[in-house]
Design a protein around this ligand. Structure first.
Ligand SMILES: C[S@@+](CC[C@H](N)C(=O)[O-])C[C@H]1O[C@@H](n2cnc3c(N)ncnc32)[C@H](O)[C@@H]1O
Length: 234
């Protein structure tokens, strides 16, 4: 991705150094605020991210909790949108289990790893805050949207409601959105931002109904702890 900074705009009250003009992925406004993920990683961490998870898997750690959780909610063959798919960690497993998956992410370095690992799967570079599946010829009848790996706290500030609205629009009526994210410093690589009540309010505003909430991807009951997996229905 080539990036041009706008030094003349950096001092303006509306535009900080985080605002840049991008060669635009789909859904990205001409002047986009950098996501917290991009601030954290510089948008170049795909190989490192994959290596870290490969090392964890190599040490015997279970890497498939998210995919198992989704598989318990919808049957094999169901359409799943992996929102913020990154290197494809969750989606590749779901595809192996027989799900019909589509992955969307903004970070080209993450998607490059996903494409290398699973070239036959559909990976799209797009900003979830402006995601328009029709433009990419993606049907909007997903049975389930999964946002795993702290997607919501890693979005650009103040885009959370727009992302929930965009993701809701991709679901068939009755479809589910599952989001797992940290709520405190112990469970996040960035300062905590979105709270559960704020997330629930975004979901309600998008017309979603609360289904259930868990403490882990193993479906342990939610205990007011620092990590939650939330399920809402369209
Ligand atoms: C910690 S990674 C999680 C990746 C994957 N879901 C997983 O669990 O391994 C967070 C991902 O969120 C993506 N992301 C953040 N803001 C985004 C946005 N506005 N649109 C699309 N993806 C975004 C990042 O590019 C990054 O790949």
């Amino acid at each position: 991705m080539s990036i041009t900074t706008l030094p003349d705009l950096v001092g303006s009250p509306q535009l900080t150094g985080l605002n840049r003009i991008f060669e635009r992925p789909h859904g990205r406004p001409m002047l986009a605020v950098m996501s917290r993920w991009e601030e954290l990683t510089g948008g170049t961490s795909g190989e490192d991210y994959a290596a870290r998870f490969a090392a964890l898997a190599g040490s015997g750690k279970d890497m498939h909790g998210e995919a198992r959780f989704c598989a318990a909610l919808v049957p094999a063959g169901a359409r799943v949108l992996d929102a913020g798919c990154g290197t494809g960690r969750v989606m590749i497993r779901l595809a192996e289990l027989g799900y019909d998956c589509v992955g969307v992410d903004l970070d080209a370095s993450m998607l490059a790893v996903a494409r290398k690992k699973a070239p036959g799967l559909p990976w799209f570079q797009a900003d979830l805050a402006g995601f328009d599946p029709a433009v990419l010829d993606i049907a909007t009848d997903f049975d389930l949207v999964v946002a795993a790996g702290n997607i919501f706290p890693l979005l650009a500030a103040d885009t959370e409601a727009a992302v929930v609205e965009r993701l809701t629009a991709t679901l068939r009526p009755g479809g589910l959105i599952v989001a797992g994210f940290g709520l405190d410093e112990a469970h996040l690589p960035v300062p905590p931002s979105i709270t559960l009540s704020e997330y629930d309010a975004c979901c309600a505003a998008a017309g979603l109904t609360f289904v259930d909430r868990f403490a882990t991807w193993d479906a342990d009951p939610y205990d007011d702890g620092g990590y939650a997996v939330s399920v809402h229905r369209r």
